[in-house]
Design a binder for this molecule. Structure first.
Ligand SMILES: NC(=O)c1ccc[n+]([C@@H]2O[C@H](COP(=O)([O-])OP(=O)(O)OC[C@H]3O[C@@H](n4cnc5c(N)ncnc54)[C@H](O)[C@@H]3O)[C@@H](O)[C@H]2O)c1
Length: 348
């Protein structure tokens, strides 16, 4: 039987962190969470507080005394704490850059001091406007101009990656970087700009679903339970240190088709309402007009995120590297995830 491991999860009261904490406790490991509750919530971990192997500390990762003490007690750190979400990033670029860069530096330093293995969460955003599909770990990256604050998130995560790999090369820290593509599941919040929680809320309430731009941009959505299996697989494998891995689904869907799927999952025939038509210009641009039964409205990016907002048309991961390293690939379909989200929907 596997010996229990002591984990520290930064950002463990957030969406992904709380699911990771649950899964680790379930397999008998010991989990400490540090979270400042900036975007995370106590209710995500409320059910874990009485678990004998779960410990929660409300503090920022930039509080070096607390972080140092917690790192001294664990073997592995999973670093998830970050400023996350397009809306938050666009509205608070200083906070985003400082949290992501200085926070990660603090975590790496603490990990090095106590000889921990450190897994660092990065993002598919680092591929930026790259057009070679699918995105593979050694591909070039192409970010937008520094005058566009939305790129500060990707740039800050790139600095995190450089710093992590530098700590490994120069100081021998055991570090693994994982780039998450769109991850989805219960407890994810829509208020910071995450697409599926917003679609589910709108569809369940019978409101029109708001699709940005023409909706023909596409993404791949991976269920959080699949993502957790990948993170634990990397944490438990001894041969992956010093490397970068994509984690994501390879099933691509346009945002318009996603809106339709969510609408139908939430509105079986008896609940169907009238449709609102897209603007004339957008309607002619669409290959298939929205059907009579869906309520979808189209909003230009500028209106949602301000003048000059840039987004990627496609974002598909190449996951052959992680598959080869630990045998991981996603198992849960988007339809299953959406059904689950619609059924378990609670207002934020
Ligand atoms: N969800 C996705 O689709 C996705 C995609 C790519 C990358 N990621 C990365 O995964 C990680 C987790 O994201 P998530 O979706 O769970 O977001 P989340 O906002 O739910 O989780 C982040 C957590 O970090 C905490 N936090 C923020 N700053 C902190 C600080 N200074 N000290 C302590 N805690 C702090 C927040 O309170 C929150 O609980 C992030 O690093 C994010 O960049 C997520």
């Amino acid at each position: 039987m596997k010996q229990p491991t002591r984990y520290l999860i930064t950002g463990g009261a957030g969406f992904i962190g709380s699911h990771l904490a649950e899964a680790l406790l379930e397999q008998g490991d010991d989990v400490t969470v540090i979270d400042d509750l900036s975007t995370g919530r106590m209710e995500n971990i409320q059910h874990l507080l009485d678990h004998p192997n779960f410990h929660f500390v409300r503090a920022s990762i930039t509080d070096s005394a607390v972080l140092d003490r917690l790192a001294s007690q664990v073997k592995t750190i999973v670093h998830l704490a970050a400023a996350v979400g397009v809306k938050l990033v666009v509205e608070h670029p200083v906070y985003t850059i400082e949290t992501n860069v200085m926070g990660t530096e603090a975590v790496l330093k603490a990990g090095l001091r106590y000889n921990c293995k450190v897994l660092v969460a990065s993002t598919s955003e680092v591929y930026g406007k790259g057009s070679k599909i699918p995105f593979s770990e050694e591909d070039d990256t192409l970010l937008g101009a520094t005058s566009k604050s939305r790129w500060s998130y990707a740039a800050s995560k790139m600095v995190d990656e450089f710093l992590s790999l530098a700590y490994q090369r120069e100081h021998g820290l055991q570090v693994v970087v994982f780039r998450l593509f769109n991850t989805v599941g219960p407890r994810q919040r829509g208020r910071y700009g995450m697409v599926i929680p917003n679609f589910v809320r709108q569809a369940v309430q019978g409101d029109p679903i708001t699709v940005y731009d023409d909706g023909l941009q596409s993404r791949c959505f991976c269920d959080v339970q699949d993502v957790i299996r990948a993170i634990i697989g990397l944490a438990e494998n001894q041969d992956v240190t010093g490397q970068v891995f994509n984690i994501g689904s390879t099933t691509e869907i346009t945002i318009l088709d996603l809106a339709r799927k969510v609408w139908h999952a939430a509105n079986p025939p008896s609940r169907i309402l009238d449709k609102e038509k897209p603007s004339k210009a957008l309607a002619t641009a669409l290959p298939q007009p929205a059907t009579e039964i869906e309520r979808i409205i189209f909003v230009p990016y500028d209106q949602a995120y301000g003048e000059g907002f840039e987004d990627m048309r496609r974002r598909v991961p190449d996951i052959s590297k992680i598959k080869q390293a630990i045998g991981w690939e996603p198992q849960i379909s988007l339809d299953e995830t959406l059904q689950h989200l619609v059924q378990s929907y609670r207002p934020e």
